[in-house]
Write a protein that binds this ligand. Structure first.
Ligand code: F6P
Length: 563
């Protein structure tokens, strides 16, 4: 593999950067009246305006050439055809199969995976309907009213984010909650007002070994058994009675049938399978989305898959220069590697997307937060950016000061919708909350304009501002952003939006020559926690094997924990 920074395409971009860097977006817009028309793209119901970027036509040509030189098209083909592109784990990367709504087969090791994908989706739909209709009974013969998803990382963030995003579609008489943290406060808070007789737990864990999820699952089972059968039963989870109750109140989503069965869940009936070619952070459209499907119903879940699939097709078939994920990826590389911007912000102007940034953080930073190339050598260029953000307009009153006048360049993605999601369901809201949405979108547009064009000292002076305040009230501008707009936040538009970012991250990983699909970086902390736990709990002070700081902290904790 060629060293990225030695590629002639990379070097051309470096030279080109010297020409673009001194230019202001004001000049770029003035010099090119057709700019907004040129730098826009429609795909899968999403309208992308990327004209407020520090680019000209040549920038985009050079970036596309870089993508070609880095083998993005070939990498895309290899992913979609099921080749084992996750080389450190020797796995295919086929989240696209989970939402393949066409009749095309997709092969792993010569076997079409689509029949099993469809079978699990059918089982999920059947189960969801049973819970939603009240047909699925708890151990006391009562229908389920509460669903609690126990999982963490990719086994939590996707369904939790999508549940919030699609709440207007959720069945109102079902409470759905997500518990991830090993901090008992999370589980305690989620269960506080629930009746065990009406509560169903979905334990979601690809490996079925994750400490947080297994600890929460064991405690949830104790809570259930104690509520249904008393303290004694809670201490005998493997007894026949306890297993019968567990079977009515626990289902699992996993790749590990044996471990699921050991826990007391009937793996044949009540386990929903997924596969090692689905990475945790890419798993929402698999059985990992079961809690979401129960909440919004199979039909809406399938609409979300349609949205994903539309973006998959767009990514697979569109030429690179008209390919939305590719363009977003290249713009990201432009700022990260040439302008040296270490972070980027995502600002959805939709309260229902409140968890979207947290979801994207795992997607992007767990995928591309790598310092070793596919060949095992240290990278000599910055890779995965730091992603941050929050919903607008709240973010405006929190960190936008820094975006506008701070010393860091932070490229932003603004996301908005023409209509509020609830307008499809609640006519009364349209009347009661008239005016909110236009104000929301006016703010989104105003922020992109202010970031790009700023306010010059002359403009400030013209407002009769005192001389000494002029520097403080000047906005430099020239701060780039993308604006993404769709008609309404729906299962379809959410699916296509997620796939847009998934593929963007993939393209960047290809350019940076890293494996976006492993996550060895989270292992060390897990191992050390397993070593420290018995040291915290041992009755006598154990022989110390740590550095002096960690030893001191463990000692301090031990001394104070009984107090
Ligand atoms: O944080 C590491 C990680 O492996 C994530 O990639 C994954 O989404 C999460 O832990 C949960 O893993 P599991 O689904 O196996 O419990």
């Amino acid at each position: 593999m060629n060293h990225l920074v030695d590629l002639p395409e990379w070097q051309s971009l470096q030279a080109h950067y010297q020409q673009i860097a001194p230019l202001h977006l004001r000049d770029l817009f003035q010099q090119d009246p057709g700019r907004a028309e040129r730098f826009r793209l429609d795909a899968c119901g999403w309208f992308l305006d990327y004209s407020k970027n520090r680019i000209d036509r040549q920038t985009m040509d050079l970036l596309v050439k870089l993508a070609k030189a880095c083998g993005v098209e070939e990498a895309r083909r290899r992913m979609f055809s099921g080749e084992k592109i996750n080389r450190t784990e020797n796995r295919s990367v086929l989240h696209i199969a989970l939402r393949n709504r066409s009749s095309q087969p997709i092969y792993v090791d010569g076997q079409d995976v689509m029949p099993q994908v469809r079978r699990v989706l059918d089982r999920m739909a059947d189960f969801s309907e049973k819970v939603r209709s009240g047909q699925w009974m708890g151990a006391k013969g009562r229908p389920i009213r509460n669903v609690v998803n126990l999982g963490i990382g990719g086994s939590d963030l996707g369904p939790a984010m999508a549940y919030e995003a699609l709440k207007p579609y959720a069945q109102p008489n079902l409470r759905v909650r997500f518990v991830s943290n090993i901090d008992g406060a999370h589980l305690a808070g989620a269960l506080a007002d629930l009746d065990p007789a009406e509560t169903l737990f979905i334990v979601v864990s690809k490996t079925f070994t994750t400490l947080e999820t297994m600890t929460n699952a064991a405690s949830a089972r104790r809570w259930l058994l104690s509520g249904l059968g008393g303290a004694e039963l809670a201490e005998a989870p493997q007894s026949a009675q306890a297993r019968q109750m567990t079977a009515r109140h626990f289902v699992a989503v996993s790749t590990q049938a044996d471990r699921v069965a050991q826990f007391g869940i009937d793996a044949a009936q009540n386990m929903f399978e997924f596969w090692d070619w689905v990475g945790g952070r890419y798993s929402l459209p698999s059985a990992v989305g079961l809690a979401l499907m129960v909440a919004i119903g199979p039909e809406h879940f399938f609409q979300m898959l349609e949205g994903y699939h539309a973006m998959d097709r767009h990514f697979y078939t569109a030429p690179l220069e008209q390919n939305m994920p590719v363009l977003l990826a290249l713009l990201g590389v432009w700022y990260h590697n040439f302008f040296g911007a270490p972070t980027y912000a995502v600002i959805p102007y939709d309260q229902l997307l409140a968890r979207f940034v947290a979801y994207l953080q795992q997607l992007d930073m767990e995928s591309n937060g790598k310092g070793t190339t596919q060949e095992g050598t240290p990278v000599a260029w910055p890779t995965g950016p730091i992603l941050w953000g929050d919903v607008g307009t709240n973010a405006q009153h929190a960190f936008f000061q820094l975006l506008h006048q701070g010393t860091h360049l932070v490229p932003c993605d603004f996301i908005g919708f023409v209509q509020p999601a609830w307008s499809a369901f609640r006519e009364d809201y349209t009347r009661l909350f008239a005016g909110h949405h236009d104000r929301l979108i006016a703010n989104l547009l105003a922020q992109t304009e202010a970031l790009a064009f700023g306010k010059t000292a002359e403009e400030v002076r013209a407002e009769a501002v005192e001389d000494r305040l002029i520097p403080h009230r000047t906005f430099p501008g020239n701060r780039p952003s993308n604006t993404l707009v769709a008609q309404r936040l729906t299962p379809y538009s959410l699916g296509s939006l997620i796939a847009l970012y998934e593929h963007k991250i993939f393209v960047q990983g290809v350019i940076w020559q890293i494996n976006s699909f492993d996550q060895w970086g989270v292992e060390l902390g897990k191992q050390l926690a397993n070593r420290i736990l018995p040291e915290l709990q041992a009755p006598q002070e154990p022989p110390w094997k740590h550095d002096s700081s960690t030893t001191q902290l463990i000692r301090w904790y031990r001394q104070h924990r009984s107090g």
